[in-house]
Design a protein around this ligand. Structure first.
Ligand SMILES: C[S@@+](CC[C@H](N)C(=O)[O-])C[C@H]1O[C@@H](n2cnc3c(N)ncnc32)[C@H](O)[C@@H]1O
Length: 287
């Protein structure tokens, strides 16, 4: 499935930023690599609960960054393959696999849309999310890629930022929930310029980025059109990151740091029932 050339300039800009971000993230308090090496940084509880037992299963992690989550699935017993378009991410993930002694983990370099041409294999589980789909322009083509990687009876598990939250104005001083960005997938990406990533660390040189939102119905439709059967769709009041500056940590964070990666965030109590922040979706390829 060749990707659409018109998106290449956007991919190139995003790739430069992501490639540079890897070293910053690997050294950050937020990703806490040292804690990870001690086995402290696990997956989110909701992911482990909803995916269930992965022992003996093959798992493909799309947009795996430098492999921490991928290797956490391996720590739980899966045989893992991670895929990312950033050479630095793939290189760091391979090193991390050696550092944690998971020698059968594999990391593949590819744009998601080119992945079927690079990886001719099918898996029990395709896992992705936590800031992945927003880098992709075409959710229908993405779902076809996912389906092509699933064995009959295999499933997709997605834990992702909710498009409603992504549409909110994240620069307000008054804490009001105001829609500012497109909720639906549109041709023209949202362009931004920010010298810091979502975690702590020095500024980046590659400051620009392009993102696309995908409405919840569009994601579900894409998954169904690709031939998968929807098992569940859950909308969550808590988020994996502080998407709006006035969000609060769900649990007390000892040092008050917003960079504790496994901290979950939610809106102040008066807003908590107003909008979903994340969703999780499981969809199975019929046997
Ligand atoms: C926020 S990270 C998600 C990783 C993981 N959830 C985490 O928190 O570490 C997004 C990843 O998507 C990758 N990415 C972005 N666009 C991509 C594309 N078109 N094809 C493959 N990887 C892509 C980036 O290189 C980055 O590693």
């Amino acid at each position: 499935m060749p990707r659409d050339q018109k998106h290449d300039p956007f991919f190139e800009t995003n790739l430069a930023r992501w490639d540079e971000a890897v070293a910053i993230h690997a050294a950050s308090q937020g990703y806490d690599l040292q804690g990870y090496l001690r086995g402290e940084k696990t997956l989110y509880q909701v992911e482990m609960d909803e995916v269930g037992d992965v022992r003996g299963r093959t798992l493909l992690h799309l947009q795996c960054h430098f492999g921490m989550d991928t290797l956490n699935w391996a720590r739980l017993g899966a045989t893992v393959t991670g895929l990312d378009f950033s050479p630095s991410a793939v290189e760091r993930a391979r090193l991390l696999a050696q550092e944690v002694g998971i020698h059968d983990a594999r990391f593949v370099l590819s744009n998601v849309y080119d992945a079927p041409a690079v990886l001719a294999e099918q898996f029990d589980i395709v896992y992705t999310g936590i800031g992945a789909l927003n880098w992709l322009p075409d959710i229908t083509a993405w779902a076809r890629v996912v389906a092509s990687f699933l064995k009959p009876g295999g499933f997709l598990y997605l834990y992702e930022g909710h498009p409603m939250a992504a549409a909110m104005d994240d620069e307000r001083e008054d804490g009001a929930l105001v829609v500012r960005y497109p909720y639906f997938e549109v041709e023209r990406p949202i362009e931004w310029d920010d010298e810091h990533t979502y975690t702590d660390g020095p500024p980046l040189k590659n400051t620009r980025g392009f993102e696309w939102n995908h409405g919840l119905g569009e994601v579900v439709d894409a998954v169904l059109q690709a031939g998968l059967r929807l098992d569940f769709l859950h909308e969550h009041r808590d988020a994996a990151w502080q998407a709006l500056p006035w969000m609060e940590p769900v649990h007390h964070v000892p040092d008050g740091s917003r960079h504790q990666r496994r901290t979950q965030w939610w809106l102040p109590a008066a807003q908590r029932d107003l909008a979903p922040l994340m969703y999780s979706l499981k969809a199975t390829r019929p046997a």
